[in-house]
Design a protein around this ligand. Structure first.
Ligand code: DOR
Length: 429
């Protein structure tokens, strides 16, 4: 089968490519990229006025399988990913049981083949049962295909365990991903600590809790000479600590989320639980620092931290609601509206952080457009105007801080291994 994507603006960050041209797909692989490719016998996608990018990669997703399928599972989560323009996602291990053994990694990999519509990579737990006491079967999980190791969802208190985990994971050339918030300081806080939390009378999670944890985690990685990736960076101090560590040559990478890049704690004034997340939404100076960090390369990736919860779990009084919300289906629209249409980041910069950047961190061969490579491609209309409607999401998580917002920019087509799996918002598998 042949597919020709014709006349689109092709952005391929791995090669600094930004040209108008065609991409020919044959038998699931990219057969040619050029100013004009032969159309004979091919189904044609007219991409004039659209942006053609490597299939987007989200390195931070909670799929909730196994055990928490009321919130999400591989079938619903990978469909949400396809709707959002992602062709590869990596799922976090805070499931029940936790993804802490090679059996669970192998089982999920198998399930992804039958249930999934996009490519699924698995992140294994650092500690058994995510309890922070004993190392999980890190080597076995990596041999079974785990691409990184993390106790995400909470901070790993034990410096000893993180040090050993970094040393061990680093031997396989894989990163440990940390949720860096000092529990002693942040614990039981509901939102960013600052003027708004004081007015609302809600216990805060101070930015310094993140700064301290990021500094500690980076010091351990530096000592172990092992790769570390800091998840969902949200504080100005953390950005600066990561910047300095990179300058010293520490093997540190980091991500920011669409919500931390575009929203502030002012939103919490409504007590709407859709804005409750860890780390919390912070103040405008932190948001500005994150954008600077993306721009100067301190932050390598944009990742959603897609954290769906069942509707009734979030539909409770603010303090009782779980943290997190759906992110896969709004990410591209939010980032284009908040960062591209405002002139804060260029389109190639944004696409790099959503494809090549995260793929490189996880050691994947995706996130690039290359002749001979699997045809994982996303086609985006940067000018498409739409309003977020959570009820229409493919994810089971029907809460979003962007509910009812008008966004500009949307993925129109998602292609995995040369097959169109999403077109005009509809997932076809
Ligand atoms: O708000 C959050 N929810 N932050 C996390 O790090 C974990 C996530 C979840 O799993 O629900």
């Amino acid at each position: 089968m042949k597919l020709l994507i014709k006349g689109g603006r092709i952005i391929n960050p791995a090669e600094n490519m930004d040209v108008v041209g065609d991409i020919l797909i044959e038998n699931g692989k990219i057969a040619a990229i050029g100013s004009s490719c032969p159309a004979a016998g091919a189904e044609i996608i007219d991409a004039a006025g659209l942006v053609v990018t490597p299939g987007l990669v989200d390195m931070h997703v909670h799929l909730r399988e196994p055990g928490l399928e009321a919130k999400e599972d591989i079938a619903s989560g990978t469909r949400a990913a396809a709707a959002g323009g992602f062709t590869t996602i990596a799922c976090m291990p805070n499931t029940r049981p936790a993804i802490d053994s090679s059996i669970v990694v192998a089982g999920l990999t198998q399930r992804a083949k039958t249930e999934g519509v996009v490519k699924l990579k698995i992140i294994g737990a650092l500690s058994k049962g995510l309890e922070g006491r004993e190392l999980a079967e890190i080597g076995d999980m990596i041999e079974s295909g785990a691409v990184a190791i993390s106790d995400d969802g909470g901070h790993l208190d034990s410096t000893r365990l993180l040090k050993t985990g970094l040393e061990y994971t680093g031997m396989f050339g894989r990163p440990v991903i940390t949720h860096s918030e000092d529990e002693g300081l942040a614990n039981e806080g509901f939102m960013h600590e600052g003027a708004v939390s004081a007015v609302l009378g809600l216990k805060g999670r101070p930015a310094v809790a993140e700064d301290i944890a990021v500094a500690r985690d980076i010091m351990l990685a530096e000592y172990a000479n092992a790769p570390i990736h800091i998840a969902h960076v949200s504080s100005k101090g953390a950005v600066e600590i990561i910047r300095q560590a990179k300058q010293r040559g520490v093997k540190v990478t980091a991500e920011a989320t669409p919500h931390h890049l575009t929203l502030t704690d002012e939103e919490l004034r409504t007590f709407n639980t859709a804005f409750k997340v860890n780390p919390p939404l912070r103040s405008a100076e932190h948001v500005a620092a994150l954008i600077d960090g993306l721009k100067d390369g301190t932050l390598d990736a944009i990742a959603t931290d897609h954290a769906p919860h069942a509707f009734e779990e979030k539909d409770v009084e603010f303090r009782y609601a779980p943290s997190g919300f759906a992110g896969l289906e709004t990410a591209v629209g939010v980032v284009l509206t908040g960062l591209y249409h405002t002139g804060k980041l260029t389109l190639p910069e944004i696409i790099a952080k959503l494809s090549y950047g995260p793929a490189k961190i996880l050691g994947l061969d995706s996130g690039v457009l290359k002749v001979g490579a699997p045809a994982d491609i996303t086609i985006i209309d940067t000018e498409y105007k739409w309003a977020v409607d959570c009820i229409k999401f493919y994810t089971r998580g029907k809460h979003s801080p962007f509910e009812s917002r008008n966004l500009k920019g949307k993925p129109l087509i998602t292609i995995v291994n040369g097959s169109i799996i999403m077109q005009n918002g509809e997932v076809l598998k």
